[in-house]
Write a protein that binds this ligand. Sequence first.
Ligand code: GDD
Ligand code: MG
Length: 371
Amino acid sequence: MGPGRMWHSDRVLEAVLLVGGQGTRLRPLTVTTPKPMLPVAGVPCTEHQIARAREAGVTRVILGTSYRPEVFSEYFGDGSRFGVELVYATEDVPLGTGGAIRHVASLLESGPDDPVLVFNGDVLSGHDIAGQVRGWRENEADVSIYLTRVEDPRAYGLVTTDPEGRVLQFLEKPATAEECVTDQINAGCYVFRRSVIDSIPIGRPVSVERETFPGLLAAGAMVIGFVDVGYWLDLGTPLAFVQGSRDLVTGKAPSPALPGPIGDFLVRPGAEVAVDAILRGGTFVGAGATVGSGAIVDGSSLFDGAMIAAGAHVKDSVIGSGAIVGSGAYLDGVVVGDGADVGPGNELTRGARVWPGVVLSDTSVRFSSDR
Ligand code: GDD
Ligand code: MG
């Protein structure tokens, strides 16, 4: 810890990760794996987040799970392998983002006035986590919300602030163009005063975005914005997911959970890539995956054991574990589920999704859709 004012109490700094969502928009990848556990450049998003939180001084992490909780506990255990103490709070029925935060309260060790970090579990970011906690303390805030700017804010929580950074309004997913009054959005990481968490209603679904934040603002609570326009990405859609993987491989997205510095591609030990195959654009090749002679894999993510046959061309796509892409096939912007088999010569374009285990053998059929 640096010199100067000692803000830190000797207590642990705790972080809550909200990882209970179903990840519907990422199907079929999320049929078996919860979205935050999908490997981004080979490492679950949750692991990237834990590594970054730990770097910022977090020593204790509570995972707020609901959908497929066992996938998390089997991988992370008690957290010791990841340098943090890890505990789990599992909702019997999903309680929403605010309900999930309230649900973990009984497991928190922080005192009433201590800061507790809360992360949306599907965000890759390079923001200054420790700086956000510092700003929360310096302003004696109730809540600090990490804010960033995006071109199209409609899918997010819009947050307006005054010149001092105090939050004026929080509007989740604006319904009309007139409501889009700012491009400044909720980037999905909060610092809560612990006592504010305790004030969220217990035992029923609560949306932190639609209920808790507007309620705090109406009550005159000190809610501040922490603007950081560094790397930020919500991994909500397949295209965002391949982009996140790409950005981690090329080093554009920072993560202490990856060996760095990296480059144009990252190949895990145990993968086999033909000498004349071309890997580029931040491609990730998982353990045991194979890429055949003359194949081109561009900006894509190959999960463990995926197989790209000779001469296939795979661009901006995710190929699930053990899935096969046949020789000469062309894929652009596609999600291939675990164990699926895209037969030779198929051409699948932007938005196509092949469900796990499906076999496509007819090379004359052309699949495409815009989602
Ligand atoms: N435990 C638990 N229980 N977790 C949940 C639940 C629940 O009932 N519902 C959602 N989550 C988790 C999801 O797993 C995800 O990690 C996080 O909460 C946010 O949910 P999303 O479904 O991904 O929300 P979003 O992307 O549409 O919008 C949210 O994130 C945006 C930034 O990425 C909002 O917070 C927006 O305001 C924000 O701009
Ligand atoms: Mg999201």
